[in-house]
Ligand binder design. Sequence first.
Ligand SMILES: Cc1cc2nc3c(=O)[nH]c(=O)nc-3n(C[C@H](O)[C@H](O)[C@H](O)COP(=O)(O)OP(=O)(O)OC[C@H]3O[C@@H](n4cnc5c(N)ncnc54)[C@H](O)[C@@H]3O)c2cc1C
Length: 273
Amino acid sequence: MMAEHFPGPVEWTASPSSNTGDGQLMAQEVGVQLDHMDQALIMGTTPVMYEGQLQGQPAADYFLPHSMIVNRHGRRFVNEKQMNVGLAFAEKNPETGTPAHLPAWRIYDAQFSKKYPHALPKKSVPGNYFKADTLKELAAQIDVDANGLEQTAQRFSEFARKGVDDDYGRGGSVWDRNRGGDPGHRPNPTLGTIEQAPFYAMPFKASFLGTKGGARTNERAEVLDQNDVPIPGLYAAGNVMANSFGSKGVGAGTTLGPCLTWGYIAGLNAASA
Ligand SMILES: Cc1cc2nc3c(=O)[nH]c(=O)nc-3n(C[C@H](O)[C@H](O)[C@H](O)COP(=O)(O)OP(=O)(O)OC[C@H]3O[C@@H](n4cnc5c(N)ncnc54)[C@H](O)[C@@H]3O)c2cc1C
């Protein structure tokens, strides 16, 4: 299902390894409409070894000052701090259907590693943590355009000094300034220069926390067949149903909110059927 709906390399996911879409498959077997299958909860994760395999752990490092995310051209493409960062990673090249901005990299400098060591992985997974004395050398290690990376770091540092991100508005909203940045950092709690060696890079891969695709339901949480007709006695809630928000995040609990609400609606209607 990943290959069909999210073509492109996926080295690890952040969802439990036992969640492999059984609910979606069972729904399909009884003629249910699946929807939003190309949508997911996507965010940055740090790879850790868990139960003998790579597992993504939600990361907060790219929220902090002295860090940015770039693509293979060494260019930023998103406000790293915003709620919907996952949408930029889900964006596909319309011609090839493959991720438009991946591979992407989190870039840090020495100021970051000194101030926020807690945000870096305690034990790095091979191939997922790079360090160099110059941005040029770092770019060569991770196969990113060196001039692009140097120019971006310079531009980003200018934004950090004045406290305004002219390109993507990072740190410009109340949400940005109050969630996960460094409250003591001035003039903007999410922007810090990237200019002191050594420099660090970690990949920002498509990091799936869970699907937003599944059975279509009506407002009573009844599951719909291909003709939009409710299947008697079949209800769905949670990750197994087509999430009403899709990939878009609308605030904390974007996923759990609908899961719980739909569970409540499904329970009430099933009990009174
Ligand atoms: C690391 C991480 C962080 C997250 N953070 C947030 C957050 O901050 N805010 C937010 O809103 N959402 C967050 N989410 C998403 C949220 O946790 C999920 O959307 C939610 O837990 C889904 O609930 P669910 O009951 O639908 O599915 P699950 O909680 O996945 O439950 C499904 C259950 O079904 C079981 N199962 C699977 N197959 C079978 C089978 N064949 N037979 C019987 N049982 C089976 C599974 O073992 C599992 O226990 C996060 C998710 C992850 C992975």
